[in-house]
Design a protein around this ligand. Structure first.
Ligand code: USQ
Length: 400
């Protein structure tokens, strides 16, 4: 059934392709953005690999290509008046919330970026929850969470909840979180706020705890260069596999951080489109927070780099791996077993990572190789600031 779908963060890597996918499926779609991502790009001196049109140009191009409309609204989710009137006027059946600062390294640059990330993400999300409560309580919120909320605990990761037996009694809690960056922590706070809103106000919400997304295009973005998605490969906004593919194309050693045993869930950007559509077609009930772990396979970063190296070598390129010093503080060898069956049960048919898929990525990236700026591959964002060498630190006076 056709829905009214409001996409927050509709100018981004996932938001814009999601808008086109829902529009093509016959839904009425509106996108919202404040262009913050374009501002962060300017601030850090990076840009997406493929040339990206303005949001209005993208919407016009979509109209030409598909003969369908994507409505555009510009505004900041931290401005409650804007969010309230938007939701009041559009009365969405489904709200898909991508409108957040999405980079772990960005949140770890300094206190300004850390507080900005948490304020922007948490306040924006709370504004959305209040506006749904007061203006459109039947709307189903689909919130992009992240697998990184769980961290890498030494037990199996369940889909959202954990039942704890304690002193002969039992209770089901949100799964305990041990995230590895201040960005991931902002999403943990969001999860608690959404859980609260479903428990106390009977809102309906689905949280998609998504793994690391890779891929250069979706079925819709491939229709016309003006519909391209904003693919990043720099240290701050690029994700692991996307970065390794760009590095392979220009002969830069693949930057495996530390030992490379860091295991994460991964999924193709086309599967993100499929998962979000499944979540919209199967809304949560009032008072319910559904949580899906949204990834299709898990890899260590070393396995990912080796796969890219093998694919590139079959194309006749020589590729090296560099075990660069890890700029992050994270376990480089650990247990990882995250459940992810609920979206499969709803009908997801995963597109698994194979050599053909990596070849397609490498070929498309090679076509834009002249736009690659090698200087942004390593930007020296560190989780723990480097300390001055001991000799330079003033010696503490000895106790007597
Ligand atoms: N890594 C490398 N070399 C690189 C880049 C990354 O070894 O050049 C490692 C990282 O240290 C980490 C793993 O690869 O262990 C994944 O890093 P990433 O940068 O691909 O992804 P991450 O920072 O975890 O964040 C990304 C998205 C974020 C989303 C998250 C899903 O930027 O928005 O929430 O993936 S998840 O990782 O499951 O939390």
């Amino acid at each position: 059934m056709a829905q009214r779908v409001l996409i927050l963060g509709g100018d981004g890597y996932l938001g814009w392709p999601t808008a086109m996918a829902f529009s093509r499926a016959g839904h009425r779609v509106a996108v919202v953005d404040n262009f913050a991502k374009r501002q962060w790009e300017l601030e850090l001196g990076v840009r997406p690999l493929f040339p990206i049109s303005t949001l209005h140009e993208r919407a016009r191009a979509w109209r030409e290509v598909s003969e369908r409309e994507i409505e555009v609204a510009i505004g900041d989710l931290c401005d409650y008046g804007f969010v309230e009137s938007l939701i009041d006027q559009f009365r969405p059946d489904t709200i898909i919330h991508y409108g957040q600062q999405p980079s772990a390294p960005y949140s770890m640059i300094d206190v300004r970026r850390a507080t900005y990330t948490q304020r922007n993400n948490i306040v924006g999300n709370l504004n959305v929850l209040f506006a749904i409560r007061d203006k459109s309580p039947e709307s189903h919120l689909i919130k992009l969470g992240t697998m990184g909320e769980y961290g890498t605990p030494n037990i199996d990761i369940e889909e959202g909840y954990l039942t704890v037996d304690h002193n002969g009694r039992s209770h089901t809690f949100l799964y305990p979180k041990t995230p590895g960056s201040l960005y991931h922590l902002s999403k943990v706070h969001d999860s608690h706020n959404i859980h609260f809103a479903t428990r106390i106000w009977d809102l309906r919400a689905t949280e998609l705890n998504q793994g690391v997304v890779y891929g250069v295009e979706t079925d819709e973005s491939a229709l016309d260069p003006r519909l391209a998605t904003s693919f990043h490969y720099d240290e701050v906004f690029g994700t692991a596999l996307n970065r390794f593919c760009v590095q392979a194309v220009i002969g830069h050693p693949l930057t495996v951080y530390g030992k490379g045993g860091q295991t994460r869930g991964y999924l193709n950007i086309r599967d993100t489109m499929a998962c979000v559509q499944l979540a919209a077609a199967n809304p949560a009930e009032p008072g319910e927070l559904r949580i899906y772990n949204q990834f299709t396979e898990q890899f260590t970063v070393l396995e990912l780099a080796e796969r890219v190296k093998a694919a590139a070598e079959h194309m006749g390129w020589s590729v090296e791996l560099s075990h660069a010093e890890n700029p992050r503080k994270e376990s480089e060898e650990h247990y990882y077993n995250a459940k992810h069956s609920k979206l499969i049960d709803l009908g997801l048919q995963p597109r698994l990572l194979n050599e053909e898929l990596i070849d397609t990525m490498l070929a498309k990236i090679r076509d834009h190789a002249s736009r690659i700026d090698p200087s942004v591959l390593v930007q020296h964002v560190r989780w723990v600031p480097e300390r001055a060498p001991a000799a330079k630190r003033a010696a503490a006076p000895a106790r007597t």
